[in-house]
Design a protein around this ligand. Structure first.
Ligand code: CUA
Length: 155
């Protein structure tokens, strides 16, 4: 069988495109098997109050240098009694939402977490300076959005 020169070129081009396409699809599918960095754990948003650590929100000391802070976001507040953590220690924030998408943003820091119902968002942060920091919602979540804030004290 005799192929015209241009047919040959297009045939080769077609095969190469197919290989490239399949590789991209394969790599994408493979990488989706991995958790995104930052670790997204799932949670039943209807059972937040019964699921650890959110059944007992607030500050828990894990070891000498690490504290965990569990916080539940819901329209339009954060369930987080008495947030007091030391400066210079690693604070692991774990936040989830019971209803819609909120954010957990600590003013004057790089902490700006998206809080999505059904997911636990985790972020570690070390405060350098003691003081009171404003925690607020940066994600429009309804009529009370502007009143959604709380405070954390760093000592
Ligand atoms: Cu919660 Cu805006």
């Amino acid at each position: 069988m005799h192929l015209h020169k241009f047919e040959k070129i297009w045939l080769v081009f077609g095969i190469i495109s197919l290989i490239v396409f399949l590789s991209i699809v394969g790599v994408t599918a493979f990488s989706q098997d991995h958790h995104p960095s930052g670790g997204m754990d799932t949670i039943d948003p209807k059972k937040v109050d019964q699921t650890a650590p959110f059944d007992n929100p607030g500050v828990t000391q894990i070891d000498d240098d690490t504290y965990q802070v569990a916080i539940v976001a819901s329209a339009f507040s954060y369930t987080a009694p008495e947030l007091r953590v030391p400066a210079g220690k690693e604070i692991i924030f774990k936040v989830t939402s019971k209803d819609v998408v909120h954010s957990f943003t600590i003013d004057d820091t790089k902490v700006n977490m998206m809080v999505v119902p059904g997911q636990i968002t985790t972020r570690a942060y070390t405060f350098d300076k003691p003081g009171k920091y404003l925690i607020l919602c940066n994600e429009y979540c309804g009529t009370g959005h502007h009143f959604m804030f709380t405070e954390i004290e760093v000592y």
